[in-house]
Each structure stands twice: as structure tokens, then as C-alpha cells.
Ligand binder design. Sequence first.
Ligand SMILES: [Zn+2]
Length: 509
Amino acid sequence: MPSHPEISYAGVSLPWKTEMKYLGFIFSKTNQNNINIKYLRTKARRKINALKSIAYKTYGPRTKDLISIANNSICNLFFYNCSTINKWSATHLHICDVIQTTALRTAMGLPIWTPNIILLKLAAQETLSRKIQRLATQFFLKHIAYGAHSPLYRNDGTSSVKLTNKDSSALEQILSAFNVDINHIIKFPITLDCLNIKCKIHTHSFLFQDKSLPKTTIESLFEDTIRTHFSNFFLIATDASKSQQITSIAGTSSTNSFAYRLQHLNTIFSAEAMALCQALDELPNDEDNLLLLTDSLSVLQAFANLSIKSNKIILRLAAKIATREKFHQNIVLLWTPGHAGIKWNEKVDNLARRVSESDLSIQWVTVEDIITQLKAHAENQTDAAYRGSKYYATLGDIPSIQTIAPWLKNRREDIIIARIISRMIVTPALLHRFGLNDNPLCSMCKCDNSIEHILLYCRKYSLIRQALCHRLHVYLDGTSTFKSFLSIICASQHAIRAFFSLLKFFDIC
Ligand SMILES: [Zn+2]
């Protein structure tokens, strides 16, 4: 007898299930997380086995491509539902990390005992559990930017996107680290009128719009263009500036100007677009025709390709223009080559540059720029974890496999270099460490027969070592370290090729 009540509709009893799968996620009556992790793990294991079958030791796909496969077909199993998985317990998230390191080890041809920190650094990857959390943050940020258009939006008086307590406090923490207020994230326009604006954009319509011309020519051609085409237009010039400490914008017209500091997270692209937005807010009066000058070609190009998928700041600019079009007959955006002597540009450039810490600041920031920062931060974390580990002292700043891949010829070399860098190449000392060899000592020098010993110190190979030093114009002696040796051979294509041409004489592979 089933333990649930019989449910029927119009005389037909409905099928009863304790769990159902929807969009690749299992919804269950009991212990949903356990069931999902088991399901994803089984799927991932099957894919790792498939990866093993193409990750040959000597030929076949290159390591960098296998790392891409590990990411795009195994780790990505966890990305789709990142907004739920990010709330898994530490134990469950640890299972994700184990799956990632197993896949990467297979991809790189490294043995099981390779430390994870070295593995991730060599493959230039962030920890999977951290990546899941970052992707979830990005997902929520995007929905905050969609605002009323987001399916997560709840109009219960708060007019905001509803997140679980756990998610919203995590998000708050991240945003406050970046000094961003959640209410200052630029949102998608409320209506989509802005996709049908009439304003004209000129990036290459006039003779002066050519950076290769001499400065004086650009200047006089510009004056001519204004006289002949825009004599009845009200001119507004905008510019943005970004230094190490300050991001700023400025705008000017014949009657007025402004200059503000921006939230420093903004890229120069966002800042240039924000300068245009601010100019539309502050500078026009009741003129019939507006001519907006900017030296940012990328903003105008993005604007010319306006769509629902455009950067939020470009959509905001479009919305501002859509509003302005009700008051002005013509609005024209004109690209002016920067630093070409056009006096409007010079004036507004100066205004933007003069902005200091104490000036009035605008807090708006785009989701796109926050996400860029999150990614940069994730890369720094992988490096910081490696630098903080005990391996940094012996190995130093090791390159990623992707950066040295162009200098290597095939999968076999990919594996050898990964094993040498991680000190995982098979030597008597390494075998002894794992109980696979009785004698860890070098027969000639009577000391530990490790990879350092063979490459740097062993008397048996002194002639080969001399040949290598000669080719690389370096000097190695008994005090040289493995760290400096690695940095020498990974420094250039020439060095790595010289090393490979002599490697066979060292009897290690
Ligand atoms: Zn020796």
C-alpha cells in the first residue's frame, strides 16, 4: 500500500512521486541537497571517465584543451543551478571541489598526490566552490539590475528583487567590500521606448573624424563641419578621466558646466557614457537642436548597436535620450578625436582632470563593472592562496600551462613540464616517499635522488648541465635553487626548447 493518500481527478488517479526533475534540478520531498549532489556527482564521474579515455599520456589533445573540457563539461554541471547550490553545506561544496581537482588532474596528467593548490595555480583556475558562489552573486546582481523585469522581482511595497536572507546578506557583504550601495546599481529602463530613439550618431561621417590627420587639420575641419552642418545646434561636450585614485566626468556648454567624481569601480567606458547621461540631465535648456560631443568611440559604437542586451549604462543613456527627445527636435551624437586640439574637448578634458577627492561624487555603478571586479578578485584569490602556501618558497611564481602551451610541441611535453614544475615527475626519491622504491639515494652522490638533485646538482649530469647553461647564457652552481631554475626555463620559448632538447640525457623520462 502506498503511504500517501490516493489523489484523483475526474475519476482518474494521479501518479504520485516523491521527487521530480525540472530543468536539471531535482525537487524532492526529503533531503533535496543530498539527492542533487549525488545526481551531479554521478554525472560528473561519468564525464571524468570519458575525459580519462581521451587524456592520453603521449599524444592526442593538448592539456590546455583538456582543461577547457574539464571546465566546460564537468565543472559547468554546477553552474546552471549556482543560485541554489551556493547554499549547500561546506561538506557538499567540498564534494564539488574534489570533482574539480580530479578532472583537472586527469586533464593535466598529474598524479593523485599533486597538491590542489599547485594544481589550481598551474591550471589557472579558481576553486569550484568559490566559483559557484561567484556565479551565484553575478546571477543575483544581474537580476537586481533587471529590476521590475526580473522574475525575482516582488512588488510588495519594497519594489525590489527578493533574495533569501542568506543570499542577501552575502551580497551585502560583497558590495560593501567594493563600497557599493545596492540602490546605486544602474537598473534596466522601466519601459523599452528607448530602443526606438531617433537620435543620429556620427562616428565617421565627417572629414575631421580621422585620427590620422594632423592636429591642425582636424581642428579646422571640425570648425568647418560645425559651421556648415550644425550652426543652429546647441553644443555640449563631455569627457571622462580615470587615474589610479580618481574616476571623474565633466560636461560643458556655452552657458554652463559640471564636473564630478565617480565611484572608482567604473571603467572608462561606463564613465564616458555616464558623462553623456549627466550632460543630458544638467546642460540643455529649451534649445531645438542638441549636439553632444564625446571622444569615446566605443560608447558611440555600443550605442549605435543598441539592443535589449546592451550594457546597462548604454540603456540608461538611451532612456535619457528618449526622454529628451520629447523636448528637442534633433539630438545628434558626434565623435570628436581626443587630444586633437579641438577646443571643446580640451576644455572638458581639463575639467574632468581637475576633479579631486573632495569634489561631489556620483555613486552609480553598473553591474557589468562589478562583475569585472569580481572576476579580477577571484584570480587574485587563486594567486594569493598559492603565495600563502608552503609551496611558494620552493617553486616561486610558476606560470600557468596555458601561458607556456604555445612553446610546447605536444601532449607529452605538456605533461612533462607540468610534472617538473609541480615536482611530480617520477624519480626514485618521489617513489620512495610513497613507499614504491626502497632506495631514494643517488648511486653516485649518495644523497636524495630528487628532481632538484638530478637537474641542478647531480655530478652524473654535470656536462649536460653545462651545455644547458651555455645555451641559455646563465650560470648554475651548487647554491642555485629549483625556484630560480624553473623561472629560467619557463621564461622564454628559447629556454624551454633548449631544456627539452637536453632533457633526454637526464634519464628522467
Ligand atoms: Zn647524484
